[in-house]
Design a protein around this ligand. Structure first.
Ligand code: URA
Length: 229
């Protein structure tokens, strides 16, 4: 289609994601490196049309190295199941790859230091829909301070890096865990995801972006992490 970006082959996409992961795995760009157990890079289908972006790893995620494996993750999986999807169909990442101590909110300088990993993930995975879970992911990817309660469930086209995506703000499942009415809102918003995905990707701007190969020499063995992608 005219205006479309060149798509990566599945193997090239995985190679490049692995290179970004190798960078993140040893990242010490902010103080969270001092307190994390594991860098939680992201997990799921690297070819997914639907990508979720949460806030930051919690305790269970920090221990296991996989996003959304605690209680909020269980709710996310249930909501996915209700629209006929599983974790294996989607890619899940966070704004921060390391756990803030005591699950405190991300600090602005941490978001600033970490965001290039998320932007690289979105560029490489090439999702059609990026569903932001909660305020931090929504504000970061919209570049705007509007709160999630005002805009959840309202899809909009947004340029993220070189690509246009359908950005879809959602309440954070952790916020909904103990409030029945919020689960209902989240469920209603999830129910619109299949139709949003069926629209396909937005028309892309301009000529294909030049994609430089990863700069660093990242040929180390990451076989153990292959299931993350
Ligand atoms: N909450 C998040 O935002 N991310 C996780 O990975 C887990 C809980």
């Amino acid at each position: 289609m005219p205006g479309d970006l060149v798509h990566l082959s599945p193997s090239e996409r995985r190679e490049r994601l692995k290179a970004v992961y190798e960078q993140a795995r040893v990242c010490r760009d902010c103080g969270l490196a001092e307190t994390r157990t594991t860098v939680v890079f992201g997990s799921g289908n690297a070819d997914a049309a639907l990508m979720f972006v949460g806030e930051a790893p919690g305790r269970t995620e920090d221990e296991r190295g996989v996003p959304f494996v605690g209680q909020a993750g269980q709710l996310l999986e249930q909501l996915l199941e209700e629209i006929g999807l599983t974790r294996a169909d989607v890619f899940i990442a966070n704004t921060l790859k390391c756990r803030p101590p005591g699950n405190r909110d991300p600090h602005p300088h941490e978001l600033q230091a970490c965001q290039h990993y998320l932007f690289a993930q979105i560029e490489l995975i090439e999702p059609t829909v990026v569903a932001t879970l909660g305020n931090f992911a929504t504000k970061l990817l919209r570049g705007d301070p509007t709160g999630i309660t005002r805009i959840h469930g309202q899809a909009e086209e947004r340029l993220i890096g070189p690509r246009r995506v359908r950005l879809y703000p959602l309440l954070h499942p952790a916020a909904a865990l103990y409030t029945r009415s919020m689960v209902d809102v989240l469920r209603e918003d999830f129910a619109r995801l299949p139709a949003l995905l069926a629209l396909g990707p937005p028309v892309q701007p301009g000529p294909p972006a030049q994609r430089d190969p990863p700069a660093a020499d990242l040929a180390a063995d990451v076989e153990g992490q292959l299931d993350l992608f």
